[in-house]
Design a protein around this ligand. Structure first.
Ligand SMILES: CC(C)(COP(=O)(O)OP(=O)(O)OC[C@H]1O[C@@H](n2cnc3c(N)ncnc32)[C@H](O)[C@@H]1OP(=O)(O)O)[C@@H](O)C(=O)NCCC(=O)NCCS
Length: 166
């Protein structure tokens, strides 16, 4: 499955530089990054530029989640390599604009991304989730992920969720 992915209600596509305003608005909301300070526009721009450079390398990167109906950018979903206790592991993340929570969009986007990641040759994905993040745990559970172990990442205890891709 190549990008863009079309799910029932969403398109998952690569970011472009033109997404900066909408993405900066998502990450300026303190509800979205409640376990770290909200991003400044410059921080969001750096994240966006890193994604663009990852598309040029191997495509293992964060992608834009867009509503099919309105074409509005509502979030981010995708795997990136992270150093987790000395291992370089592909970590699948998901963040939605807070106004879009509670509709199943994160799970719908991530299901498509799982298939896409398998097509990129990844055999297993991981997700770092702080145990208090009930909404994110819900996404991981609905995807069929399980907790492999507890790890410390960014100086905080996290559950390391995982799923095998077939
Ligand atoms: C984590 C996050 C993406 C989860 O978003 P979410 O909307 O709760 O997750 P889902 O997309 O799976 O939606 C599930 C909810 O939609 C509801 N829903 C409504 N319509 C639905 C539909 N048609 N299909 C599926 N679910 C639907 C479900 O019942 C469920 O509601 P509940 O939470 O009240 O049980 C979101 O809370 C977020 O962006 N948080 C801030 C960033 C963050 O923490 N990211 C993860 C870091 S590890």
């Amino acid at each position: 499955m190549t990008l863009p992915l079309h799910t029932e209600r969403l398109v998952v596509r690569e970011f472009t530089a033109a997404d900066l305003d909408e993405l900066a608005a998502i990450y300026a909301d303190p509800k979205v990054l409640s376990w770290e300070p909200a991003f400044t526009r410059e921080q969001t721009q750096a994240m966006l530029e890193q994604s663009l450079s990852r598309y040029r390398e191997d495509g293992i990167a964060e992608y834009a989640v867009v509503l099919r109906a309105s074409e509005a950018l509502i979030g981010v979903c995708g795997p990136v390599y992270r150093d987790i206790e000395g291992e370089r592991l592909p970590e699948l993340g998901w963040d939605l604009a807070s106004a879009e929570w509670g509709h199943g969009y994160a799970t719908e986007a991530a299901r498509g991304v799982l298939t896409h990641a398998a097509g990129l040759g990844l055999r297993r994905l991981y997700s770092l989730i702080v145990p208090e993040n009930e909404r994110s745990r819900g996404v991981a559970r609905r995807l069929g992920m399980t907790v492999q172990r507890q790890v410390v990442w960014a100086d905080r205890p996290h559950d390391l969720w995982t799923i095998e891709l077939v």
